[in-house]
Write a protein that binds this ligand. Structure first.
Ligand code: ATP
Ligand code: MG
Length: 679
């Protein structure tokens, strides 16, 4: 570990003794690097045991990269027991040990958004609310928001008096009660329950305070109230809390992140040391100048002056394209050209967009040109129907009380438990106040259930029990899962479900991917278990499983596609920011609500500052919407980049439009931007 590669301020932060420390600094100034060096320093020079260190960040990818960097610094063996994880993984780990104190069982299920919405729909139906008129997702969102602000059902109050609030107030307590009955927790509970566990059971908190002597948090500007309390409790009296962040990169306000956490750090932790970093080591002068110019338009911010000792580099390219296909083609051409001219590898390119739907045109083009790529986020693999069905089976095997998933699979694939039977079973469960699973086990006692139905139910129960035992006994989960899915004939059901054989094949492949994901989980894990696998799946915030388990994704040479939000903290030599148009960036929801665009501007700043050597901005003159072409307006943020930093071009057009038409379209777009740039 070579400390001489740090500048003075970085070194001071790395060597900071005990007590609270805030590192508030702009993009690319080495904040994350300071954390990794500080961990290394504490282990190597201060004799801190790896197990006494805890570092948290926001995405799996960031956590993984940080861990790898530390391992490079001090050696893998020296890192054993050290926890570098996301907030959610950390809390699941804690809950796994002590959730019984809160009246849950250890084999709890974790509900993602889709499960949550399904449960909310059921509850709405139960109180006779018209599921067509009211949007269950909005209720889910409101409950989630309440949880992030640490408001439990009993304290939820109606403030604005709109219909949805009344509805949320009615559903929230029922929802929470149902979760508990199903021995399930949702994504927001993960943190909220951990905070509650610590508050109600000081001995549990003390155990963790004893263990974690040093806490480090990356991207602190994006913490919400619950996460703040969690950190505060863990830091305890020792207050060895080192947080790093950048107020200009706060992009999760819409999800309850509280910028006050970073701005008030010195107040919350009196005597905190504050260190600022101003030198940027990531980007060229031009890129940095563009970033500074854009973010300078925000009013609510602490002034910062980022500088670099490096070259200005090449100008920032701004390419106006005809439409989305043209835009995708332009990006491909640039990738080919840059690769050739500067001998770059595919993994040195990233394509960033505001919303995940924008990835489609690029994916198609990448596939067409045979360029390897990885897609981060998007329609998450584990959200696909066939995958959810398979996972639902596994979830029920682990937690028989998980009724959302139990109902999902009860008669899928069809096994003779029709709707009438299901209704009777559910009624018996409600009337007897017994878990549905218990009712299934005693189906023979339900009088108005026909003999055939009874047989079907007991067959199902026997099947599940048999596989639950097999999974518990065998270390080879993947093989067992393969046999299990074959026995319940999931594949046949998929083929029956659609007339399109291609679609069906893709779905079957996805099913195989679940087994593959399990196989690669087995390779990585020291003590694998079915519940451990499901936990990993629930906490995936981004990746889809590796296609080839032997090939590690990060080592693969592939172009990265992801949203601006997921790009936080990462860096790439060449970055394409695509769809630089009004309604994408700033996003139309923000514009429609007349809300503040400052968060959108910060998002733009995050995107620009991901680029190391080359930044290419693209936008289209028109885009298809429901099959019709609609004109697009260049993003206002383009206007905020000084003209002298930009090299503006049009794409050379190709069909579908005639050459003349393209010419005019491009010219219109060109003059549109020029007018906005004021030259
Ligand atoms: P972000 O705000 O985007 O998360 P950051 O402040 O965390 O950025 P890092 O990712 O830690 O910045 O560092 C940015 C780049 O600069 C990395 O490639 C890092 O290795 C490099 N870097 C940081 N400090 C130095 C230094 N003192 N000397 C050389 N390179 C450095
Ligand atoms: Mg960082």
């Amino acid at each position: 570990m070579d400390l001489t590669t740090l500048n003075q301020e970085q070194l001071a932060a790395v060597r900071h003794a005990d007590g609270p420390l805030l590192l508030l600094a702009g993009a690319g100034s080495g904040k994350t690097r300071v954390i990794t060096f500080r961990i290394g320093y504490l282990i190597r020079q201060r004799g801190v045991l790896p197990a006494q260190l805890l570092a948290v960040t926001f995405t799996n990818k960031a956590a993984k990269e940080m861990k790898e960097r530390v391992e490079e610094l001090v050696g893998k063996r020296q890192c054993r027991g050290m926890i570098i994880s996301t907030f959610h993984s950390l809390c699941v780990r804690i809950l796994k040990e002590d959730i019984e104190r809160l009246g849950y069982k250890k084999n709890f299920s974790i509900y993602g958004t889709a499960d949550q919405v399904r449960l909310i729909k059921d509850l709405m139906q139960a109180v006779n609310v018209d599921g067509k008129k009211y949007d269950a997702e909005r209720i889910q969102w409101m409950i989630s928001d309440a949880k992030n602000r640490l408001i439990p059902p009993e304290s939820y109050t109606v403030r604005y008096q709109d219909e949805y609030e009344y509805l949320a107030a009615e559903v929230y307590p029922k929802y929470q009660k149902a979760l508990k009955a199903f021995n399930a927790i949702d994504f927001d509970d993960i943190i909220m329950l951990t905070v509650r566990l610590f508050r109600e059971h000081p001995d549990v908190l003390e155990k963790y305070q004893q263990r974690f002597r040093y806490l480090m948090v990356d991207e602190y500007q994006d913490t919400n109230a619950a996460q703040y309390l969690l950190l505060r409790s863990l830091a305890g009296e020792r207050r060895n809390l080192c947080v790093v962040g950048d107020d200009d990169q706060s992009i999760y306000g819409w999800r309850g992140a509280d910028l006050g956490n970073i701005l008030d750090f010195e107040k919350d932790f009196p005597g905190a040391a504050v260190i600022r970093l101003e030198q940027n080591y990531r980007s060229t002068g031009n890129i940095l100048a563009a970033a500074n110019a854009v973010i300078g338009n925000n009013r609510q911010r602490k002034e910062k002056a980022l500088w670099t000792s490096g070259d200005k580099g090449r100008p920032i390219e701004l390419v106006r394209c005809m439409d989305e296909e043209d835009e995708a083609r332009v990006v491909m051409e640039r990738i080919h050209a840059e690769r050739f001219r500067h001998e770059l590898q595919y993994r040195e390119f990233a394509i960033l967009y505001r919303t995940n739907v924008q990835s489609r045109a690029f994916e198609e083009q990448l596939r067409y040109e045979n360029i390897p790529y990885v897609l981060i986020g998007g329609q998450q693999f584990f959200d696909r129907k066939e995958v959810k069905d398979a996972v639902a089976y596994l979830k029920v095997l682990v937690n028989r009380r998980d009724e959302v998933n139990l109902l999902r699979i009860l008669n899928y694939p069809k096994r003779g438990i029709g709707e009438t039977t299901a209704d009777r079973l559910i009624r018996a469960s409600a009337e007897g106040e017994r878990p549905l699973w218990e009712v299934l086990c005693a189906a023979g006692e339900i009088e108005d259930l026909g003999e055939k139905a009874q047989e079907a139910v007991s067959g199902f129960v026997a099947l599940m029990e048999r596989y639950a035992q097999r999974f518990a006994r065998t270390p080879n989960l993947a093989d067992t899962a393969r046999e299990f899915f074959a026995e319940i004939k999931l594949e046949d059901e998929i083929y029956r479900g659609t007339d399109d054989p291609k679609k069906a094949r893709r779905r079957v492949e996805n099913l195989e991917e679940v087994v593959n994901a399990m196989a690669s989980y087995l390779e990585r894990e020291e003590k694998p278990s079915l519940s451990g696998f499901l936990e990993k799946v629930s906490l995936l915030d981004e990746d889809r499983p590796d296609r080839d388990s032997k090939e590690k994704k990060l080592e693969r040479d592939a172009v990265t596609l992801m949203s601006l939000h997921s790009s936080k903290g990462l860096e790439y030599p060449v970055v394409f920011m695509v769809g630089m148009e009004e309604e994408f960036l700033p996003h139309k929801n923000v514009l429609n609500q007349g809300a503040d665009v400052e968060e959108e501007r910060r998002l733009c700043y995050v995107g620009i500052t991901r680029a190391q050597r080359q930044l290419v901005l693209t936008g289209a003159a028109q885009r298809k919407k429901y099959g019709q072409l609609q004109p697009r307006i260049p993003s206002r943020f383009l206007q905020e980049i000084p003209g002298e930093l930009l090299d503006s071009q049009t794409s050379e057009g190709r069909p579908p439009a005639s050459e003349e038409e393209q010419e005019t379209m491009a010219n219109n777009f060109f003059s549109g931007i020029r007018a906005m740039l004021g030259d």
